[in-house]
Design a protein around this ligand. Structure first.
Ligand SMILES: *[C@@H]1O[C@H](CO)[C@@H](O)[C@H](O)[C@H]1NC(C)=O
Ligand SMILES: *[C@@H]1O[C@H](CO)[C@@H](O)[C@H](O)[C@H]1NC(C)=O
Ligand SMILES: *[C@@H]1O[C@H](CO)[C@@H](O)[C@H](O)[C@H]1NC(C)=O
Ligand SMILES: *[C@@H]1O[C@H](CO)[C@@H](O)[C@H](O)[C@H]1NC(C)=O
Ligand SMILES: *[C@@H]1O[C@H](CO)[C@@H](O)[C@H](O)[C@H]1NC(C)=O
Length: 344
């Protein structure tokens, strides 16, 4: 009783002195205060019951494939955590932030990276059974299953040979400006994760065109979209990891040179498409316009390998109805069926 009373008095003086105590709760002197401790929440009603903390890997992956994919996903989480922590620490004052996200606010990229690091990992599945048969196609290292199963990604065995581990960041002649975003397992799988509705919510998409230069120019002119652009998120995570962790304070940002492989490939197929139109137009000058139009419309109908960026002089109509190659798969506008053969 003595103990209770002094506790009550102590409580009273604290209550009076503390402006956080609402008036009604102020304890009068001599009043006995009973403190009730909350019982621990029963585990079967835990708010996060059933949480999935690791990305699921399908039973079709054998022990080695599983080990590779698990490790790759852990590396993806590593670069995303660093990307998030970099933004949390430096915000938009970071020159890397400004380079990739321009004057956009930090909430959105923070959100995407945090979802991958700490978000629930259900409704995502990596499988190894080549269920759609695409792994037989030359050069295919994996693919999002798209309308066949939007939450699923097939990893083909070629991935295990092609993708580099994160320890090799800034090695092998890689730099951010000229390197492919799928050079490292970590960023390749980041791209694949962003395709999954649970992760990218259909909001993270491919908005920039032309790889690195496209990403850099989008940050300057259209940063609202940079923060939800799949390529931008990959480049940012790679550059931050290189700079903050792999080669601290230095990194390997690189300087873009137009002779790097991806733009060359694009230029080649672009001139091929353009010349086929030019040839048919020259052969029958009278029907030049309709001939060129026929070439265009048949290309559109077949959803051939004419890409949005191909033959820019021909027609802007083509751009809206053609698929664009992205690494080893196509991105097509809604309602357009992707070509049956993979991008060359
Ligand atoms: C897993 O499958 C690949 C081929 O798909 C094979 O090369 C590898 O040896 C297999 N690993 C095990 C442990 O069976
Ligand atoms: C950074 O964010 C602050 C606060 O929103 C804003 O005032 C400032 O203009 C931003 N700076 C850049 C470079 O976007
Ligand atoms: C979906 O399945 C069909 C039939 O198996 C296949 O031809 C097609 O390539 C698959 N789509 C993707 C995106 O893999
Ligand atoms: C910004 O990018 C989005 C997505 O690609 C596009 O729809 C929009 O027209 C662009 N805005 C400007 C001002 O370029
Ligand atoms: C961000 O930059 C764009 C492009 O320069 C500009 O149009 C926009 O007003 C800027 N937004 C803010 C909040 O400064």
């Amino acid at each position: 009783m003595v103990a209770y009373t002094s506790l009550a008095l102590l409580g009273a003086s604290v209550a009076v002195a503390n402006p956080l105590f609402p008036r009604g709760n102020q304890v009068r002197q001599n009043q006995v205060v009973t403190v009730t401790m909350a019982a621990p929440t029963p585990s079967n009603t835990a708010w996060n019951a059933g949480a999935v903390t690791e990305y699921p890997i399908h039973a079709s992956c054998n022990a080695t494939q599983r080990a590779y994919i698990k490790n790759g996903l852990e590396e993806t989480i590593t670069i995303c955590r660093q990307a998030r922590d970099h933004i949390l620490r430096w915000g938009n004052s970071s020159s890397i932030y400004q380079k990739y996200f321009g004057n956009a606010s930090t909430g959105e990229p923070l959100g995407w990276f945090t979802k991958i690091v700490d978000g629930d990992k259900s409704d995502v599945l990596f499988r190894c059974d080549n269920v759609d048969g695409n792994c037989r196609l030359p050069g295919w290292a994996g693919h999002w299953r798209g309308s066949n199963a939007t939450s699923e990604t097939v990893i083909c065995d070629l991935s295990y040979e092609l993708r580099r581990p994160l320890e090799g960041m800034c090695m092998f002649g890689y730099n951010v400006a000229n390197g492919a975003t799928n050079f490292y397992w970590a960023s390749d799988l980041l791209h694949r994760l962003l395709h999954i509705p649970k992760v990218g919510e259909g909001v993270v998409e491919h908005y920039s065109t032309g790889k690195y230069p496209g990403v850099i120019s989008m940050a300057k002119t259209n940063a609202t979209w940079s923060v939800r652009d799949s390529d931008t998120l990959q480049y940012f995570a790679l550059e931050v990891y290189a700079h903050d962790v792999a080669v601290p304070g230095i990194g390997c940002a690189g300087t873009y040179t137009a002779t790097s492989s991806a733009p060359v490939a694009a230029a080649t197929s672009s001139s091929r498409a353009a010349s086929s139109v030019a040839v048919s137009a020259t052969r029958s000058p009278a029907a030049a316009v309709s001939s060129a139009a026929a070439v265009i419309s048949s290309a559109v109908a077949a959803v051939s390998s004419v890409r949005a960026s191909a033959a820019p002089a021909v027609s802007s109509r083509v751009a809206d109805t053609t698929c664009t190659p992205h690494d080893d798969h196509w991105h097509c506008p809604p309602g357009v069926t992707p070509p049956s053969s993979p991008p060359s």
